[in-house]
Write a protein that binds this ligand. Sequence first.
Ligand code: ADP
Length: 482
Amino acid sequence: MSKKDLILLALHPSPILDLMECALFSAGFAVASARDRQGMEKAIHEAIPSLLIIGEKFSSEGGFPLSQEILQRFPTLPIFLYAEKDSDGLAISVLKAGLSGYLYPPIKNSELVDEVQRGLTRARKLGDWLRREVKRTTASLAEKADFSEGERQKLDAIISNIQDGVIVMDKRRRVILANRAVYDIFDLKDASILGKLLTDAIPNEDLRALLARANDGVLKYHEVNFNDGRVYNAQYTPIPHVGSAVTMQDISYLKELDRLKSDFIHTISHDLRSPLTAILGYAELVERTGQLAPTQLEFLHRLQGSAQHITTLVNDLLDLGRLDAGFDTRREAVRLDNVLKYSLDLFENQIRKKNIKLTVEIAPDLKTLRANPIRIRQMLDNLVGNAIKYTPEHGSVRVGLSMEGDQIVMKVADTGVGIPPEEQGRVFEKFYRASNVAKGLQGSGVGLAIVKSIVESHQGRVWVESTLGEGSTFIVLLPAQE
Ligand code: ADP
Protein backbone atom coordinates (compact mmCIF):
# COMPACT_ATOMS: atom_id res chain seq x y z
CA MET A 1 0.00 0.00 0.00
CA SER A 2 1.22 3.44 -0.89
CA LYS A 3 0.70 6.07 1.80
CA LYS A 4 -0.04 8.53 -0.93
CA ASP A 5 -3.13 6.75 -2.21
CA LEU A 6 -5.91 9.30 -2.30
CA ILE A 7 -9.34 8.13 -1.24
CA LEU A 8 -12.25 10.37 -2.25
CA LEU A 9 -15.36 10.14 -0.13
CA ALA A 10 -18.49 11.36 -1.94
CA LEU A 11 -20.91 11.28 0.97
CA HIS A 12 -23.35 13.70 2.55
CA PRO A 13 -22.09 15.09 5.86
CA SER A 14 -22.84 12.50 8.50
CA PRO A 15 -21.14 10.76 11.43
CA ILE A 16 -20.26 7.91 9.03
CA LEU A 17 -18.35 10.33 6.82
CA ASP A 18 -16.35 11.58 9.80
CA LEU A 19 -15.69 8.04 10.90
CA MET A 20 -14.45 6.94 7.50
CA GLU A 21 -12.23 10.01 7.19
CA CYS A 22 -10.66 9.23 10.53
CA ALA A 23 -10.19 5.52 9.92
CA LEU A 24 -8.63 5.93 6.48
CA PHE A 25 -6.47 8.82 7.54
CA SER A 26 -5.15 6.79 10.49
CA ALA A 27 -4.44 3.90 8.09
CA GLY A 28 -2.12 6.20 6.18
CA PHE A 29 -4.26 7.22 3.22
CA ALA A 30 -4.71 10.73 1.90
CA VAL A 31 -8.40 11.50 2.23
CA ALA A 32 -10.58 14.04 0.42
CA SER A 33 -14.29 14.45 0.70
CA ALA A 34 -17.01 15.98 -1.47
CA ARG A 35 -20.45 16.96 -0.23
CA ASP A 36 -22.16 17.33 -3.58
CA ARG A 37 -21.67 16.52 -7.23
CA GLN A 38 -19.94 19.78 -8.01
CA GLY A 39 -17.49 19.21 -5.17
CA MET A 40 -16.82 15.70 -6.37
CA GLU A 41 -16.12 16.86 -9.95
CA LYS A 42 -13.80 19.55 -8.63
CA ALA A 43 -11.92 17.06 -6.47
CA ILE A 44 -11.54 14.60 -9.36
CA HIS A 45 -10.41 17.42 -11.60
CA GLU A 46 -7.70 18.47 -9.12
CA ALA A 47 -6.36 14.98 -8.50
CA ILE A 48 -7.71 11.69 -9.78
CA PRO A 49 -8.27 9.60 -6.64
CA SER A 50 -6.95 6.06 -6.25
CA LEU A 51 -10.36 4.97 -4.98
CA LEU A 52 -13.82 6.46 -4.64
CA ILE A 53 -16.45 5.69 -2.05
CA ILE A 54 -19.81 7.09 -3.11
CA GLY A 55 -23.04 7.20 -1.12
CA GLU A 56 -26.08 5.45 -2.57
CA LYS A 57 -28.09 8.65 -2.07
CA PHE A 58 -25.31 11.06 -3.00
CA SER A 59 -26.41 14.10 -4.99
CA SER A 60 -29.79 14.31 -6.69
CA GLU A 61 -28.81 11.74 -9.38
CA GLY A 62 -27.96 9.06 -6.82
CA GLY A 63 -24.74 7.06 -6.35
CA PHE A 64 -25.39 4.37 -8.99
CA PRO A 65 -25.87 6.50 -12.07
CA LEU A 66 -23.07 8.82 -10.97
CA SER A 67 -20.60 5.99 -10.46
CA GLN A 68 -21.45 4.60 -13.92
CA GLU A 69 -20.77 7.99 -15.45
CA ILE A 70 -17.43 8.18 -13.68
CA LEU A 71 -16.51 4.65 -14.74
CA GLN A 72 -17.04 5.68 -18.34
CA ARG A 73 -14.37 8.31 -17.90
CA PHE A 74 -12.03 6.31 -15.62
CA PRO A 75 -12.64 2.62 -16.35
CA THR A 76 -9.91 1.40 -13.96
CA LEU A 77 -10.93 3.52 -10.94
CA PRO A 78 -12.12 1.31 -8.08
CA ILE A 79 -15.48 2.57 -6.77
CA PHE A 80 -17.31 1.38 -3.65
CA LEU A 81 -20.93 2.14 -3.03
CA TYR A 82 -21.98 3.04 0.47
CA ALA A 83 -25.56 1.93 1.13
CA GLU A 84 -27.50 2.79 4.19
CA LYS A 85 -28.51 -0.80 4.67
CA ASP A 86 -27.83 -4.19 3.11
CA SER A 87 -30.48 -5.44 0.71
CA ASP A 88 -30.97 -8.48 -1.55
CA GLY A 89 -30.62 -6.56 -4.76
CA LEU A 90 -27.63 -4.51 -3.70
CA ALA A 91 -24.93 -6.99 -4.74
CA ILE A 92 -26.56 -7.47 -8.14
CA SER A 93 -26.93 -3.74 -8.72
CA VAL A 94 -23.30 -3.18 -7.77
CA LEU A 95 -22.15 -5.92 -10.14
CA LYS A 96 -24.32 -4.56 -12.94
CA ALA A 97 -22.93 -1.10 -12.46
CA GLY A 98 -19.39 -2.51 -12.71
CA LEU A 99 -18.35 -1.27 -9.25
CA SER A 100 -15.62 -2.85 -7.09
CA GLY A 101 -17.85 -3.54 -4.06
CA TYR A 102 -20.24 -2.09 -1.55
CA LEU A 103 -20.27 -1.15 2.13
CA TYR A 104 -23.10 -0.78 4.58
CA PRO A 105 -23.44 -0.13 8.30
CA PRO A 106 -22.49 -1.29 10.82
CA ILE A 107 -18.94 -1.12 9.46
CA LYS A 108 -15.79 -1.56 11.55
CA ASN A 109 -12.72 0.56 10.86
CA SER A 110 -10.57 -2.49 10.15
CA GLU A 111 -13.17 -3.81 7.67
CA LEU A 112 -13.26 -0.49 5.88
CA VAL A 113 -9.46 -0.35 5.60
CA ASP A 114 -9.32 -3.98 4.43
CA GLU A 115 -11.97 -3.37 1.75
CA VAL A 116 -10.18 -0.24 0.55
CA GLN A 117 -6.87 -2.06 0.38
CA ARG A 118 -8.46 -4.96 -1.49
CA GLY A 119 -9.96 -2.52 -4.02
CA LEU A 120 -6.61 -0.77 -4.47
CA THR A 121 -4.71 -4.04 -4.92
CA ARG A 122 -7.15 -5.20 -7.60
CA ALA A 123 -6.94 -1.85 -9.38
CA ARG A 124 -3.14 -1.99 -9.23
CA LYS A 125 -3.11 -5.49 -10.68
CA LEU A 126 -5.45 -4.39 -13.44
CA GLY A 127 -3.19 -1.38 -14.13
CA ASP A 128 -0.07 -3.61 -14.22
CA TRP A 129 -1.77 -6.03 -16.59
CA LEU A 130 -2.88 -3.19 -18.84
CA ARG A 131 0.63 -1.74 -18.97
CA ARG A 132 2.08 -5.18 -19.75
CA GLU A 133 -0.44 -5.78 -22.53
CA VAL A 134 0.22 -2.36 -24.06
CA LYS A 135 3.95 -3.08 -23.96
CA ARG A 136 3.51 -6.52 -25.47
CA THR A 137 1.24 -5.27 -28.27
CA THR A 138 3.59 -2.38 -29.02
CA ALA A 139 6.56 -4.79 -29.12
CA SER A 140 4.70 -7.13 -31.42
CA LEU A 141 3.73 -4.25 -33.70
CA ALA A 142 7.32 -3.07 -33.77
CA GLU A 143 8.40 -6.61 -34.57
CA LYS A 144 5.90 -6.71 -37.41
CA ALA A 145 7.18 -3.38 -38.70
CA ASP A 146 10.74 -4.79 -38.69
CA PHE A 147 9.49 -7.87 -40.43
CA SER A 148 7.74 -5.83 -43.11
CA GLU A 149 10.89 -3.82 -43.66
CA GLY A 150 12.82 -7.06 -44.21
CA GLU A 151 10.08 -8.41 -46.40
CA ARG A 152 9.99 -5.19 -48.39
CA GLN A 153 13.71 -5.43 -49.10
CA LYS A 154 13.28 -9.03 -50.15
CA LEU A 155 10.42 -8.02 -52.44
CA ASP A 156 12.47 -5.16 -53.91
CA ALA A 157 15.30 -7.59 -54.67
CA ILE A 158 12.92 -10.04 -56.33
CA ILE A 159 11.16 -7.41 -58.43
CA SER A 160 14.38 -5.76 -59.58
CA ASN A 161 15.80 -9.13 -60.68
CA ILE A 162 12.70 -10.25 -62.58
CA GLN A 163 13.34 -10.41 -66.32
CA ASP A 164 9.84 -9.11 -67.10
CA GLY A 165 9.25 -5.39 -66.94
CA VAL A 166 7.20 -4.38 -63.87
CA ILE A 167 5.70 -0.91 -63.48
CA VAL A 168 3.45 -0.02 -60.56
CA MET A 169 1.43 3.20 -60.70
CA ASP A 170 -0.69 5.10 -58.22
CA LYS A 171 -4.31 5.96 -58.92
CA ARG A 172 -3.27 8.98 -61.01
CA ARG A 173 -0.97 6.78 -63.08
CA ARG A 174 2.26 8.18 -61.62
CA VAL A 175 5.04 5.62 -61.42
CA ILE A 176 5.70 4.40 -57.89
CA LEU A 177 7.87 1.42 -58.84
CA ALA A 178 9.71 0.39 -62.00
CA ASN A 179 12.24 -2.41 -62.09
CA ARG A 180 15.57 -2.58 -63.93
CA ALA A 181 14.01 -4.47 -66.86
CA VAL A 182 11.70 -1.51 -67.63
CA TYR A 183 14.72 0.82 -67.96
CA ASP A 184 16.40 -1.72 -70.28
CA ILE A 185 13.30 -2.42 -72.40
CA PHE A 186 12.69 1.27 -73.13
CA ASP A 187 16.39 2.19 -73.08
CA LEU A 188 15.74 4.85 -70.46
CA LYS A 189 19.41 5.24 -69.42
CA ASP A 190 19.48 6.14 -65.76
CA ALA A 191 17.01 9.01 -65.56
CA SER A 192 14.54 7.97 -62.86
CA ILE A 193 10.90 7.75 -63.88
CA LEU A 194 9.61 7.53 -60.32
CA GLY A 195 6.90 10.05 -59.50
CA LYS A 196 6.26 10.89 -63.17
CA LEU A 197 3.12 10.17 -65.15
CA LEU A 198 3.78 6.93 -67.03
CA THR A 199 2.75 8.39 -70.37
CA ASP A 200 5.18 11.33 -69.87
CA ALA A 201 8.01 9.18 -68.55
CA ILE A 202 7.73 6.59 -71.36
CA PRO A 203 6.28 8.17 -74.51
CA ASN A 204 5.42 4.91 -76.27
CA GLU A 205 2.31 4.75 -78.48
CA ASP A 206 1.48 1.10 -77.71
CA LEU A 207 1.79 1.67 -73.97
CA ARG A 208 -0.43 4.74 -74.27
CA ALA A 209 -2.99 2.66 -76.21
CA LEU A 210 -2.94 -0.03 -73.49
CA LEU A 211 -3.64 2.54 -70.77
CA ALA A 212 -6.34 4.21 -72.85
CA ARG A 213 -8.08 0.92 -73.51
CA ALA A 214 -7.65 -0.27 -69.92
CA ASN A 215 -9.95 2.62 -68.97
CA ASP A 216 -12.85 0.91 -70.76
CA GLY A 217 -12.20 -2.08 -68.51
CA VAL A 218 -12.14 -4.36 -71.53
CA LEU A 219 -8.66 -4.85 -72.92
CA LYS A 220 -5.97 -5.88 -70.51
CA TYR A 221 -3.31 -6.99 -73.00
CA HIS A 222 -1.54 -5.08 -75.70
CA GLU A 223 1.52 -5.75 -77.79
CA VAL A 224 4.29 -3.21 -77.51
CA ASN A 225 6.36 -3.19 -80.69
CA PHE A 226 9.85 -1.75 -81.14
CA ASN A 227 11.54 -0.71 -84.38
CA ASP A 228 14.32 -3.26 -83.86
CA GLY A 229 11.76 -6.10 -84.10
CA ARG A 230 11.28 -6.76 -80.38
CA VAL A 231 7.70 -7.42 -79.30
CA TYR A 232 6.48 -7.37 -75.71
CA ASN A 233 3.16 -8.46 -74.34
CA ALA A 234 2.06 -5.77 -71.90
CA GLN A 235 -0.59 -6.65 -69.36
CA TYR A 236 -2.54 -4.12 -67.31
CA THR A 237 -3.77 -5.09 -63.84
CA PRO A 238 -5.70 -2.81 -61.45
CA ILE A 239 -4.43 -3.07 -57.86
CA PRO A 240 -7.04 -2.22 -55.20
CA HIS A 241 -6.05 0.67 -52.87
CA VAL A 242 -2.81 1.28 -54.82
CA GLY A 243 -3.54 1.98 -58.47
CA SER A 244 -2.44 -0.36 -61.22
CA ALA A 245 0.48 -2.31 -62.61
CA VAL A 246 1.80 -3.03 -66.08
CA THR A 247 3.92 -6.12 -66.61
CA MET A 248 5.76 -6.78 -69.86
CA GLN A 249 7.02 -10.08 -71.22
CA ASP A 250 9.32 -10.45 -74.19
CA ILE A 251 7.38 -12.46 -76.81
CA SER A 252 9.68 -11.70 -79.77
CA TYR A 253 10.66 -15.37 -80.13
CA LEU A 254 6.99 -16.45 -80.06
CA LYS A 255 6.20 -13.89 -82.74
CA GLU A 256 9.07 -15.18 -84.85
CA LEU A 257 7.84 -18.76 -84.42
CA ASP A 258 4.35 -17.68 -85.37
CA ARG A 259 5.69 -15.97 -88.47
CA LEU A 260 7.63 -19.08 -89.49
CA LYS A 261 4.54 -21.22 -88.92
CA SER A 262 2.39 -18.85 -90.98
CA ASP A 263 4.97 -18.80 -93.81
CA PHE A 264 5.04 -22.58 -93.78
CA ILE A 265 1.24 -22.87 -93.83
CA HIS A 266 1.01 -20.31 -96.59
CA THR A 267 3.54 -22.13 -98.78
CA ILE A 268 1.86 -25.51 -98.25
CA SER A 269 -1.61 -24.08 -98.91
CA HIS A 270 -0.38 -22.46 -102.07
CA ASP A 271 1.21 -25.67 -103.29
CA LEU A 272 -1.93 -27.68 -102.49
CA ARG A 273 -4.18 -25.49 -104.58
CA SER A 274 -3.13 -26.76 -108.01
CA PRO A 275 -3.43 -30.51 -107.26
CA LEU A 276 -6.76 -29.85 -105.55
CA THR A 277 -8.09 -28.00 -108.56
CA ALA A 278 -6.99 -30.94 -110.68
CA ILE A 279 -8.73 -33.47 -108.38
CA LEU A 280 -11.99 -31.52 -108.46
CA GLY A 281 -11.75 -31.00 -112.23
CA TYR A 282 -11.13 -34.66 -113.04
CA ALA A 283 -13.79 -35.82 -110.57
CA GLU A 284 -16.26 -33.72 -112.50
CA LEU A 285 -15.02 -35.20 -115.80
CA VAL A 286 -15.49 -38.76 -114.54
CA GLU A 287 -19.24 -38.17 -114.34
CA ARG A 288 -19.28 -37.08 -117.97
CA THR A 289 -17.31 -40.01 -119.36
CA GLY A 290 -20.21 -42.44 -119.18
CA GLN A 291 -22.91 -43.96 -117.01
CA LEU A 292 -21.71 -44.84 -113.48
CA ALA A 293 -23.13 -47.47 -111.19
CA PRO A 294 -24.99 -45.98 -108.17
CA THR A 295 -22.18 -47.03 -105.77
CA GLN A 296 -19.55 -45.52 -108.02
CA LEU A 297 -21.55 -42.31 -108.16
CA GLU A 298 -21.89 -42.22 -104.38
CA PHE A 299 -18.14 -42.69 -103.88
CA LEU A 300 -17.43 -40.02 -106.45
CA HIS A 301 -19.68 -37.53 -104.63
CA ARG A 302 -18.00 -38.31 -101.35
CA LEU A 303 -14.64 -37.73 -102.98
CA GLN A 304 -15.85 -34.41 -104.37
CA GLY A 305 -17.21 -33.40 -100.96
CA SER A 306 -13.92 -34.10 -99.22
CA ALA A 307 -11.87 -32.39 -101.93
CA GLN A 308 -14.19 -29.37 -101.63
CA HIS A 309 -13.70 -29.37 -97.88
CA ILE A 310 -9.92 -29.32 -98.25
CA THR A 311 -10.22 -26.56 -100.85
CA THR A 312 -12.22 -24.43 -98.44
CA LEU A 313 -9.63 -24.95 -95.76
CA VAL A 314 -6.77 -24.13 -98.12
CA ASN A 315 -8.56 -20.99 -99.27
CA ASP A 316 -9.14 -19.98 -95.64
CA LEU A 317 -5.46 -20.43 -94.89
CA LEU A 318 -4.42 -18.44 -97.91
CA ASP A 319 -6.83 -15.70 -96.84
CA LEU A 320 -5.37 -15.69 -93.40
CA GLY A 321 -1.87 -15.34 -94.85
CA ARG A 322 -2.97 -12.40 -96.99
CA LEU A 323 -4.71 -10.72 -94.06
CA ASP A 324 -1.75 -11.20 -91.75
CA ALA A 325 0.60 -9.86 -94.38
CA GLY A 326 -1.51 -6.66 -94.54
CA PHE A 327 -2.60 -7.13 -98.16
CA ASP A 328 -6.19 -6.27 -97.37
CA THR A 329 -6.33 -2.58 -98.19
CA ARG A 330 -9.69 -2.24 -99.93
CA ARG A 331 -11.84 0.23 -98.01
CA GLU A 332 -15.29 1.60 -98.77
CA ALA A 333 -18.42 2.65 -96.88
CA VAL A 334 -20.14 -0.49 -95.65
CA ARG A 335 -23.51 -0.82 -93.94
CA LEU A 336 -23.13 -3.66 -91.50
CA ASP A 337 -26.90 -4.26 -91.32
CA ASN A 338 -27.03 -4.87 -95.10
CA VAL A 339 -24.14 -7.33 -95.02
CA LEU A 340 -25.78 -9.07 -92.05
CA LYS A 341 -28.94 -9.64 -94.11
CA TYR A 342 -26.95 -11.50 -96.78
CA SER A 343 -25.19 -13.53 -94.17
CA LEU A 344 -28.43 -14.52 -92.44
CA ASP A 345 -29.92 -15.52 -95.80
CA LEU A 346 -27.05 -17.96 -96.23
CA PHE A 347 -27.91 -19.70 -92.96
CA GLU A 348 -31.68 -19.59 -93.35
CA ASN A 349 -31.91 -23.30 -94.13
CA GLN A 350 -29.77 -24.38 -91.20
CA ILE A 351 -31.68 -22.12 -88.83
CA ARG A 352 -34.95 -23.63 -89.95
CA LYS A 353 -33.65 -27.21 -89.83
CA LYS A 354 -32.36 -26.82 -86.27
CA ASN A 355 -35.45 -24.91 -85.14
CA ILE A 356 -33.30 -22.08 -83.88
CA LYS A 357 -34.97 -18.90 -82.69
CA LEU A 358 -33.17 -16.01 -84.36
CA THR A 359 -33.42 -12.47 -83.01
CA VAL A 360 -31.87 -9.48 -84.75
CA GLU A 361 -31.62 -6.08 -83.07
CA ILE A 362 -30.30 -3.16 -85.10
CA ALA A 363 -29.94 0.26 -83.51
CA PRO A 364 -31.54 3.03 -85.61
CA ASP A 365 -28.47 5.25 -85.21
CA LEU A 366 -26.08 2.64 -86.65
CA LYS A 367 -23.27 4.32 -88.56
CA THR A 368 -21.40 3.01 -91.58
CA LEU A 369 -17.98 1.37 -91.52
CA ARG A 370 -14.95 2.02 -93.66
CA ALA A 371 -14.15 -1.52 -94.55
CA ASN A 372 -13.68 -4.24 -97.11
CA PRO A 373 -17.26 -5.59 -97.55
CA ILE A 374 -16.03 -9.03 -98.59
CA ARG A 375 -14.01 -9.39 -95.39
CA ILE A 376 -16.85 -8.09 -93.26
CA ARG A 377 -19.15 -10.66 -94.81
CA GLN A 378 -16.55 -13.35 -94.13
CA MET A 379 -16.38 -12.24 -90.48
CA LEU A 380 -20.17 -12.30 -90.09
CA ASP A 381 -20.47 -15.68 -91.83
CA ASN A 382 -17.97 -17.17 -89.43
CA LEU A 383 -19.51 -15.75 -86.26
CA VAL A 384 -23.14 -16.42 -87.20
CA GLY A 385 -22.18 -19.83 -88.67
CA ASN A 386 -20.45 -20.82 -85.42
CA ALA A 387 -23.37 -19.63 -83.29
CA ILE A 388 -25.70 -21.90 -85.27
CA LYS A 389 -23.21 -24.76 -85.45
CA TYR A 390 -22.50 -24.85 -81.69
CA THR A 391 -26.11 -24.35 -80.58
CA PRO A 392 -28.30 -27.42 -80.20
CA GLU A 393 -31.74 -27.68 -81.78
CA HIS A 394 -34.43 -25.34 -80.38
CA GLY A 395 -31.76 -23.00 -79.03
CA SER A 396 -31.61 -19.32 -79.81
CA VAL A 397 -29.19 -16.97 -81.56
CA ARG A 398 -29.29 -13.22 -81.07
CA VAL A 399 -27.42 -10.76 -83.27
CA GLY A 400 -27.20 -7.13 -82.19
CA LEU A 401 -25.72 -4.08 -83.89
CA SER A 402 -25.47 -0.90 -81.85
CA MET A 403 -23.38 2.23 -81.32
CA GLU A 404 -21.16 3.02 -78.35
CA GLY A 405 -19.68 6.47 -78.90
CA ASP A 406 -17.95 6.28 -82.25
CA GLN A 407 -17.65 2.49 -82.13
CA ILE A 408 -19.96 0.00 -83.75
CA VAL A 409 -20.68 -2.89 -81.39
CA MET A 410 -21.66 -6.21 -82.83
CA LYS A 411 -22.79 -9.01 -80.55
CA VAL A 412 -23.50 -12.55 -81.67
CA ALA A 413 -24.97 -14.45 -78.74
CA ASP A 414 -26.11 -18.06 -78.61
CA THR A 415 -27.49 -20.53 -76.12
CA GLY A 416 -25.03 -23.20 -77.23
CA VAL A 417 -22.45 -25.44 -75.63
CA GLY A 418 -20.26 -22.56 -74.41
CA ILE A 419 -16.46 -22.59 -74.15
CA PRO A 420 -14.49 -23.70 -71.05
CA PRO A 421 -13.15 -20.55 -69.28
CA GLU A 422 -9.49 -21.54 -69.58
CA GLU A 423 -9.86 -22.02 -73.35
CA GLN A 424 -11.71 -18.80 -74.15
CA GLY A 425 -8.46 -16.92 -74.84
CA ARG A 426 -7.26 -19.62 -77.23
CA VAL A 427 -10.19 -20.07 -79.60
CA PHE A 428 -8.91 -17.24 -81.81
CA GLU A 429 -5.65 -19.13 -82.42
CA LYS A 430 -5.20 -20.92 -85.71
CA PHE A 431 -6.39 -24.56 -85.63
CA TYR A 432 -7.55 -24.35 -82.03
CA ARG A 433 -10.78 -26.20 -81.27
CA ALA A 434 -12.14 -26.25 -77.72
CA SER A 435 -12.09 -29.53 -75.81
CA ASN A 436 -15.90 -29.63 -75.52
CA VAL A 437 -16.58 -29.69 -79.26
CA ALA A 438 -18.89 -32.63 -79.96
CA LYS A 439 -17.30 -35.52 -81.82
CA GLY A 440 -18.26 -35.48 -85.47
CA LEU A 441 -18.89 -31.72 -85.55
CA GLN A 442 -16.71 -30.70 -88.46
CA GLY A 443 -14.37 -27.75 -88.33
CA SER A 444 -10.76 -26.78 -88.76
CA GLY A 445 -10.29 -24.15 -86.04
CA VAL A 446 -9.40 -21.48 -88.59
CA GLY A 447 -12.65 -19.48 -88.72
CA LEU A 448 -12.10 -17.42 -85.58
CA ALA A 449 -8.45 -16.78 -86.50
CA ILE A 450 -9.75 -15.25 -89.73
CA VAL A 451 -12.35 -13.23 -87.78
CA LYS A 452 -9.62 -11.87 -85.51
CA SER A 453 -7.36 -10.94 -88.42
CA ILE A 454 -10.23 -9.21 -90.25
CA VAL A 455 -11.29 -7.27 -87.13
CA GLU A 456 -7.73 -6.22 -86.36
CA SER A 457 -7.02 -5.18 -89.93
CA HIS A 458 -10.02 -2.83 -89.48
CA GLN A 459 -8.57 -1.45 -86.21
CA GLY A 460 -11.19 -3.25 -84.16
CA ARG A 461 -11.28 -5.70 -81.29
CA VAL A 462 -12.99 -9.02 -80.81
CA TRP A 463 -13.44 -11.19 -77.73
CA VAL A 464 -15.74 -13.81 -76.31
CA GLU A 465 -17.74 -14.05 -73.11
CA SER A 466 -19.03 -17.52 -72.47
CA THR A 467 -20.47 -19.80 -69.82
CA LEU A 468 -19.97 -23.49 -70.30
CA GLY A 469 -23.23 -25.24 -71.08
CA GLU A 470 -25.15 -21.97 -71.24
CA GLY A 471 -23.89 -20.14 -74.29
CA SER A 472 -21.41 -17.71 -75.78
CA THR A 473 -21.40 -14.10 -76.89
CA PHE A 474 -18.83 -12.91 -79.41
CA ILE A 475 -18.36 -9.16 -79.24
CA VAL A 476 -16.78 -7.11 -82.02
CA LEU A 477 -15.95 -3.41 -81.75
CA LEU A 478 -15.22 -1.57 -84.98
CA PRO A 479 -14.59 2.15 -85.41
CA ALA A 480 -17.43 3.83 -87.31
CA GLN A 481 -16.67 5.88 -90.41
CA GLU A 482 -15.98 9.48 -89.49
P1 ADP B 1 -14.20 -24.41 -86.10
O1 ADP B 1 -13.93 -24.68 -87.51
O2 ADP B 1 -13.74 -25.50 -85.19
O3 ADP B 1 -15.60 -23.99 -85.82
P2 ADP B 1 -13.41 -21.73 -85.32
O4 ADP B 1 -12.07 -21.07 -85.46
O5 ADP B 1 -14.54 -21.07 -86.00
O6 ADP B 1 -13.21 -23.22 -85.75
O7 ADP B 1 -13.69 -21.82 -83.78
C1 ADP B 1 -12.68 -22.30 -82.94
C2 ADP B 1 -13.29 -23.04 -81.77
O8 ADP B 1 -13.98 -22.12 -80.94
C3 ADP B 1 -14.35 -24.05 -82.16
O9 ADP B 1 -13.77 -25.27 -82.49
C4 ADP B 1 -15.18 -24.15 -80.91
O10 ADP B 1 -14.52 -24.97 -79.96
C5 ADP B 1 -15.11 -22.74 -80.37
N1 ADP B 1 -16.30 -21.96 -80.75
C6 ADP B 1 -16.38 -21.04 -81.73
N2 ADP B 1 -17.60 -20.48 -81.75
C7 ADP B 1 -18.31 -21.05 -80.76
C8 ADP B 1 -19.65 -20.89 -80.26
N3 ADP B 1 -20.52 -20.01 -80.80
N4 ADP B 1 -20.02 -21.65 -79.20
C9 ADP B 1 -19.16 -22.51 -78.64
N5 ADP B 1 -17.90 -22.70 -79.06
C10 ADP B 1 -17.47 -21.98 -80.11
